[in-house]
Design a protein around this ligand. Sequence first.
Ligand code: HPA
Length: 269
Amino acid sequence: MKAVDTAAAYLRAHLPFTPDLALVLGSGLGGLADQIEQPVVIPYREVPGFPLSTAPGHAGQFVAGVLGGKKVLCMQGRFHYYEGHDMSAIALPVRVFKALGCRALILTNAAGGVNWDFSVGDFMLITDHINFMGANPLRGQNDESIGPRFCDMTHVYTPELQQVALQVAAAQGLTLQQGVYLGYMGPSFETPAEIRAFRTLGADAVGMSTVPEAIAASHCGLPVLGLSLITNMAAGMAGKRLSGDEVIEIANQRGPVFQGLVRGIVEAL
Ligand code: HPA
């Protein structure tokens, strides 16, 4: 059996229901999983073919249950390219979500603000991305049963889902910035020169995840919503050094409000 079918079969056998929506909770945002009612926890290490997640602030497990009245399957922690995982490993859970019948995928992340109009603690709706990771999860032999060899990327972030996110944010009285997320391989942060270059290229935020997952979702026809929490202004912008601890600290501080937004979107979908 193919890796995606094996993993999907395992999850189907261990989930109490067919999930409606899939969520990937980024750095420091895993707290949303604690709001899930009747949670069923499945560590990644128990799922056949799944790698182990090692990034700080990432729990490394699926949490399934009811959130905002919807049956959700959450990744509490994700796989990053900088951890050494192959792109195919990062794409695997996304393909599994599709195989399980999820209607949509919500990708969340912590990101550095590149747009001078942004502030630490802002939320950003991802309208498009720039793949600067130097790799693509669709490289290699294509499985036509999953998606086409040459995958259209015109609307990676589903316009209808973006509209829902904007409406929910407005209803909650939250400012939702909008912009282009640039995916950087990491794990080193960017240099100030790179950030200036990325701004010139059209980036509004920079981070080390999301892009491979969004490409895999586009390929298999899974609608995607992307949301960033701006945990810091990118390198060279705030006159101080960057640290992973600061990212987690701000994510924890703003986490509850961000989680409220995501929960509201789940309710509305
Ligand atoms: N750069 C890359 N990834 C990040 C950043 C950043 O400044 N902040 C949070 N994730």
